[in-house]
Each structure stands twice: as C-alpha cells, then as structure tokens.
Design a protein around this ligand. Structure first.
Ligand code: CTP
Length: 403
C-alpha cells in the first residue's frame, strides 16, 4: 500500500504540452489509493480534455469559478477545494502559472485554489529550455520554494519544440515516487525499524488439535498499520488470525507456535529500533506432541503441559538500544502487576488492559489502556477504537524517543 492511500490529492494543471501526461499521473495517483480531484487553468483544456481526467479520477474536473452555460450550476469554490486537499500538485507548472503563483496573481480558479490551499504544495515545472533558463523563471523557483512549496525538478531531454535541453516535466511515475518519498522522509518514524508480535499462538496436541486462545490480533495489526503510516519499516510477526494488512512498509511473518514466534522475534530483534509484544502467547504447551491423532479410547485424557518461552522477557534480557513495549492483561491489582512486569521483563513501557473494563481485551474493536513508563508515570486513557489506541501508544513512544 502506498503512503498516498486514502489521501486527497488535488492536481492543478496549467497550459503546457506536458499536460497530456497528466492522464497517466491521475491514473497512478488513483492506483496508489488516493482520491483525486483536478483543477485546470482555462488554457490547459486545449492540451488534455476534462472528460478524460474526470473519467480517470472519477470526480468532476473544474476550470472556472462557474459554468457559463448553466446559470443554475453551483459556484466552484476554490476555498473548499483547497481545504479538501491533503496535497496540491501543480503539474505541469508553466512559466506563466509559476510567475503568477509567485506574485499572488489570482485570475483563474487554479491560482485561487493555490492561494487558498493550506496543505503541502508540489510543483513540477515544464517549459522550453530558454524559458527555463530565463532569470525570471529562476526567480519564480526561488520565490515558490521560499513559500515552502516543493519543486519536483524538471529533467533534460528532447522538448516539444524539437530542441534538446532542460525543461521536460518529470515523468508521472517519478512525480508520484518523489511525492511518496518526500512524505515518507518527513514522517517521524522514517528510517526506523519496528517489530510487532500479534495474535494468538497455537500449541499442537496432535496433528489435528491444538491449545489456543481467543486473541483476534486486531491490536497488533492496528499497531503495525500506525507504525507504517508514521514511516517505519515494520515486521509483524503474527500468530494465526483473520486479520489482513497490505502496506508497502509492512512485512508479515506468519507463525503458529510460541517457539516459532520466539525464533522469528530473535531473528529480527537486533536490527529493530522499537519492539512491541502485543501477542497473546500461550504460556504452556503440551510436553509431548502425539504423532498420530489421539483416539477417544479412554473416558479421561490427561495432557502434561510445560512452560513456553517468554518472548518478551527473553528480548528484555538481551536488549541494547531497542525501545521495548509489552502488554499486560490483568484482572486484579492491575497497576502493581503491570509495574512488576515492566521491571521483571526490562521494558521501557507497558500497556495495561484490565479485564474489569468493559470493551477492553481480546475480541473487541475497542480497548481501554493505561500506559506506565520506567519512571512509573501513569497515563490513563478512555475507551477508544483499537486504531486510536494504537495512535496513543505511538504518541507516547515518540515522546519517549525524543525525550
Ligand atoms: N509474552 C510473550 N511470551 C510469552 C508470554 C507473554 O512475549 N510466552 C508477552 C505478551 O506478548 C505481553 C506480555 O508478555 O506483551 C504480558 O504477558 P502476560 O501473559 O500478561 O504476562 P506474564 O508475564 O505471562 O504473567 P502472567 O501470565 O502470570 O500474568
């Protein structure tokens, strides 16, 4: 999944021949999962049709403040468009449009939208080589960048005039990759590796039976999604669950037993910066696993169980600079038990769930947590969706990493 997934992308098209490439650009943004709207300068309509762009974006395409042929038509609000956008990309950005942007000229809907937009603004210049070299164009680049607008550099090559030089708009694939990388590079966990354990473990009794638990894996999967959306490269070691997650930054490592989870966790631990053990690992497993299906010959059956390895505690014992987070699910003396686990397992933070709180725990979509750090600072949260709980947990992790 692209970091652009779910984002509102507003594409502003000005009148250059490279406008013909915006059909591909819209298609790529849509493919990345973005919701795309297009605003065109009036002259750009000569280069690419609004019908093509509205078909590809599945949204109406606007180029003037109102529809002159239809008096009852609604006013196209530049303010609304500007507020809707999570990012605005002007491509192609012609010398004329850039000069107007730099000077606050506002004589069409595209420019009014630019002036109203509060989101990050990218621009991809495109023009002939001599226009590109003109000092006034260089001045526009400088002024726009001084506003905080981000330039996606033009490339060199054959231009529409037949001349060869600088001024070709970056290719649509490169524009999308540039924006994705730029967003990622500014995210707080960019460059960090996060490992998360999730779900239950299944401990085999015989080839068809196991000891398991009701963990849904939801909390761990929400944590993985949140970490990836913050820019981290995530390894999600998950026991058997029905959860699914497709994200370019998340690698899922499926495991079955506590021993599998232990092995995989130790494989990825050394390279990790942040580790969260959210899995409900079985505490015991059958001492012997029957090689054949156990027949119901006797009226009772006794299974001898032995302890599994505690993944979290084993990581705490070898931890160097990793920030280690554990969960504690308690029914009584919750704070004392959680503080005890924090110390015993050598954690940096523990997330306490109390089974006495309605809506907290295994199967629910919600959770109610209390965070305890090594200074014994206690932060209690209200009942929230697991997605929001995951954000609360990462807000605290980010605070502690930057403290
Ligand atoms: N955990 C683990 N491996 C285990 C058992 C637990 O990694 N074999 C982790 C869980 O993922 C969780 C934390 O340890 O982050 C708390 O587990 P919990 O079972 O609540 O605590 P225990 O230390 O096992 O203590 P008890 O069961 O006695 O409450």
């Amino acid at each position: 999944m692209s970091i652009l997934s779910g984002k509102n992308v507003l594409l502003g098209i000005s009148a250059g021949i490279a406008a013909y490439k915006t059909a591909s650009l819209v298609r790529l943004f849509v493919k990345a999962g973005a919701d795309v709207k297009v605003v065109m300068s009036p002259a750009s309509i000569g280069f690419v049709t609004p019908l093509t762009l509205s078909t590809l974006s599945k949204n109406p395409v606007v180029s003037s403040f109102y529809n002159e042929e239809d008096e009852s038509a609604v006013w196209n609000s530049h303010v609304e468009l500007g507020l809707w956008a999570d990012l605005l990309i002007i491509a192609p950005a012609t010398a004329n449009t850039m000069s107007k942007m730099a000077n606050g000229t506002c004589d069409n809907l595209l420019l009014a939208t630019y002036l109203s937009a509060k989101c990050p603004v990218y621009f991809a210049p495109a023009m002939d080589l001599d226009m590109f070299k003109h000092p006034s164009t260089s001045q526009s680049f400088k002024t726009l960048q001084s506003f905080g607008n981000i330039m996606i550099p033009a490339t060199s090559g054959e231009l529409a005039s037949g001349l060869v030089g600088e001024g070709r708009m970056a290719e649509p694939e490169d524009i999308v990759a540039f924006i994705e990388n730029h967003i990622l590079g500014n995210l707080p966990l960019y460059g960090k590796k996060v490992m998360i354990t999730a779900g239950p473990t299944y401990e085999a009794i015989d080839p068809v039976r196991f000891i398991g638990n009701h963990s849904s894996g939801k909390m761990g999967f929400e944590l993985a999604k949140t970490a990836a959306n913050l820019g981290a490269e995530v390894t999600l070691i998950s026991g058997p669950t029905n959860q699914s997650l497709q994200h370019g930054l998340v690698k899922i490592v499926p495991v079955v037993s506590a021993q599998d989870m232990y092995n995989q966790a130790h494989l990825f631990f050394k390279d990790s910066d942040v580790v969260i053990c959210a899995a409900a690992v079985a505490d015991y497993k059958p001492k012997e696993v029957a090689t054949q299906k156990i027949k119901k010959d006797d009226s009772t059956l006794t299974l001898k169980l032995e302890k599994t390895k505690d993944v979290l505690a084993s990581l705490g014992a070898i931890k160097t600079n990793q920030f280690l987070v554990g969960f504690a699910l308690e029914t009584n003396n919750e704070l004392e038990h959680a503080k005890g686990k924090l110390k015993r397992k050598n954690l940096d933070l523990i997330v306490l769930n109390s089974l006495n709180d309605k809506g907290a725990g295994f199967k629910a979509d919600t959770n109610k947590i209390t965070l305890i750090d090594t200074e014994e600072h206690i932060t209690e949260f209200n009942l929230k969706s697991k997605a929001v709980v995951a954000q609360d947990i990462f807000n605290e992790i980010l605070n502690q990493l930057h403290a």
